[in-house]
Design a protein around this ligand. Structure first.
Ligand code: FEO
Length: 392
């Protein structure tokens, strides 16, 4: 793909990675992704905003083949899917300055071995004139690294937001064409990397209210030519109350825990509580993370194995603790053979989650009538607590 026109003298560059299926050796990419870079020509200066993942550097360099001079390479974020091709771009444009936040400079020196004199650091609110085009740099820490910033192009009212508002979608469309698809992908992306920083994102969203933004050009996925809905969605994910939803990740070895889980699902539905169920042996963890954005309650279903929770349940607890969802209530159900410390171990793995624990239901062997009665009581308790909190 060659350069693609966005606005007068503003172009989309970068690569669509149709076949990538895993990011950071962790995050599933069911729809591939893209690494968006942008080129802005002023009357006097030319700027490249971000680059591309090094695996796709040849695509970027081909797009730059007829660009004789680049004065600035803006690096919004030091993660290599955006910065990793800077050294190659510098080989072609050795006089270009890498423009970045002060924190990013140190990270880029560490990660890419770029020389100190190559950098021009900018502070929050600094501007650079390209001649007829003015870039303003907006520090946006923790979306999702501490060094991250965005750029606002005043004349065209475009926010180049880097990962902020991004989505992992491989597509030939420049602009959002299917809002539902992009909403899901952007929510998944938020859940996977932004959710732990909700408090800081709230401040960043507030900061952006001071700008007249007509277009958001992120570094992954399609460009928003109608940005209000994605900003509203972010506000909801960050600030809104949790929903009347129980997320139920579980693993079962010999069907006892599974029968408890099945019973709880029915009991919750009968109490008008929505449920999202995840068998951890086959779960796409991005889907689980996305469900955690909305959940008011998590109930983990796990058998006791090796004297503790099943390792997949422990993995799920570790992940939930790291993602810091806004859940309010937590519980555990499951079967054990002769004993163990499942509840204690799982509870010790979630110090970041400020939750009220609802009494777990553990049973020895296969669940019997008294166990199902306890699960019915758990479902009624959850429904009551959701109602009391006004979760809809
Ligand atoms: Fe798309 Fe945090 O890099």
């Amino acid at each position: 793909m060659n350069k693609r026109h966005l606005k007068d003298n503003v172009f989309l560059l970068g690569a669509v990675d149709w076949n990538r299926r895993l990011f950071d050796s962790l995050v599933p990419l069911p729809d591939g992704t893209s690494y968006n870079a942008y080129l802005v020509f002023g009357d006097e200066k030319t700027v490249l905003l971000d680059t591309a993942d090094p695996a796709t550097v040849d695509v970027l360099m081909a797009q730059l083949a007829d660009v004789p001079k680049i004065d600035y390479i803006v690096s919004h974020h030091a993660e290599q899917d955006h910065s990793g091709s800077i050294p190659k771009v510098l080989e072609k444009y050795p006089d270009a300055k890498v423009v970045c936040s002060t924190k990013a400079k140190n990270m880029l020196m560490d990660l890419l071995d770029i020389a100190d004199e190559t950098f021009k650091t900018v502070e929050d609110g600094d501007k650079i004139s390209l001649g007829g085009k003015t870039l303003e740099f907006i520090y946006a820490p923790w979306v999702h690294w501490p060094e991250t910033m965005a750029t606002y192009l005043h004349e065209d009212k475009i926010l180049f937001s880097c990962d902020f508002f991004g989505s992992h979608i491989a597509t030939s469309d420049i602009f959002v064409t299917d809002k539902c698809r992009v909403y899901e992908a952007a929510k998944r992306y938020f859940a996977e990397i932004m959710m732990p920083f909700r408090n800081v994102i709230e401040k960043n969203l507030e900061k952006l209210k001071g700008y007249d933004i007509k277009m958001i050009a992120p570094s992954h996925g399609q460009i928003y030519d109608d940005p209000s809905w994605i900003m509203d969605a972010y506000s909801d994910w960050v600030l809104g109350p949790p929903k009347n939803l129980v997320v139920l990740p579980y693993v079962s070895m010999h069907a006892s825990t599974e029968s408890m889980v099945d019973h709880l699902v029915s009991a919750l539905v009968d109490n008008d509580v929505r449920v999202e169920l995840f068998d951890l042996t086959v779960t796409d963890i991005g889907m689980l993370a996305m469900a955690l954005v909305d959940a008011a309650t998590v109930v983990v279903g796990t058998p006791t194995v090796l004297a503790g929770p099943h390792p997949m349940a422990a993995y799920c607890a570790f992940l939930a603790n790291a993602l810091r969802p806004r859940i309010k209530f937590l519980s555990i159900i499951g079967s054990y053979g002769w004993g163990g410390k499942t509840v204690e171990i799982l509870a010790s793995m979630i110090p970041n989650l400020k939750v009220e624990v609802i009494d777990p239901v553990l049973c020895k062997g296969i669940p019997k009538a008294d166990v199902f009665k306890s699960i019915d009581a758990m479902a009624a308790t959850i429904a009551k607590k959701h109602r009391e909190q006004g979760f809809a």
